[in-house]
Design a protein around this ligand. Structure first.
Ligand code: SAM
Length: 274
């Protein structure tokens, strides 16, 4: 066990198995299960760094990502909190309550009230102390231009081995998000590619599908890990936006995640050694 973690494995398991449902917001059990695996895989792959989210709301997803943090790593949240900006007082209050409840009332989490369209890549990277983000969740402005802008902020911010979690893939309420994801991956993905598709598994008000995006140099490693740990919920692998073999996770029942230990870890290490 990595004793440098801010939350221990039991606390992470508890958050995934119900803790997240004590927070109003959009994260479903299927996505939580896959992100749980990604957090464990980052530890095996030696990926470290901060976490960030645009569109924090009351912190349901940001708190999930905080479970990845090592001591000394930080979380950054951005939200416009109402129109006009800052007019919604309830959401940031609830967010503070939730952070305190999970022991994050110190300076680990920094939340800024801002319209992300006013942020520039170089400014946000400076805020993060460099390209240091291991998980960047995008769930703010859902317009094509808004999502593209936020994807480019995330692209500039990723640590080596860092991942983007793009919310609302294939959400019928927000077709513009899927349009933006295709456009980003077709036009100018740099060294990024889709790593996994996660289906929605619950009412739309509690969330939707997600697309995981990461560097090509890490894609096969993450894919192999997810295929081992979330194998019961792996539906098939499909081409997506011009990239081959993107695993798609679909949940008929409660998600099943296998532990990253024993034979599972051995198999992963054998694959990583090739
Ligand atoms: C669907 S909610 C996010 C849910 C959240 N990720 C969770 O885990 O529950 C969308 C959030 O994006 C914020 N938002 C919308 N447009 C934004 C913008 N341009 N900049 C920053 N935040 C924005 C909204 O205020 C809202 O809190």
């Amino acid at each position: 066990m990595n004793s440098n973690k801010r939350f221990n494995p039991n606390e992470l398991a508890q958050y995934v198995s119900g803790g997240y449902e004590t927070i109003n917001g959009m994260l479903q059990s299927g996505a939580a299960s896959v992100i749980w695996s990604l957090i464990e895989l980052q530890d095996v792959l030696g990926v470290t760094g901060n976490v960030a989210e645009i569109g924090v709301f009351q912190g349901r997803t940001l708190l999930m990502l905080c479970h990845a943090l090592n001591q000394g790593e930080k979380a950054f949240g951005f939200d416009v909190f109402g129109i006009p900006m800052g007019s919604n007082k309830e959401w940031p209050e609830k967010l503070d309550e939730n952070l305190n409840r999970f022991g994050l009332g110190d300076d680990t989490v920094s939340v800024k009230t801002v319209d992300s369209s006013t942020l520039a890549p170089e400014d946000i990277v400076a805020t993060f102390g460099g390209a240091s983000i291991r998980f960047f969740s995008i769930d703010g402005d859902h317009s094509v231009d808004g999502v593209l802008h936020d994807l480019n902020l995330a692209k500039a911010s990723l640590a080596e081995g860092g991942l983007i979690i793009a919310d609302d893939l294939f959400n019928a309420w927000y077709p513009t998000v899927t349009e933006a994801l295709y456009k980003f991956l077709w036009d100018d993905p740099g060294d990024l590619e889709p790593i996994a598709m996660i289906s929605a598994n619950g009412p739309l008000v509690t969330g939707a599908g997600k697309l995981i995006i990461g560097r090509s140099s890490f894609a096969n490693k993450y894919k192999a890990g997810l295929k081992i740990l979330n194998r019961d919920d792996l539906k098939h692998c499909d081409p997506f936006a011009g990239f081959a073999d993107v695993p798609s996770f679909y949940f008929e029942d409660l998600p099943q995640k296998y532990p990253l230990d024993g034979r599972n870890l051995e198999i992963l290490n054998e694959i990583l050694a090739k």
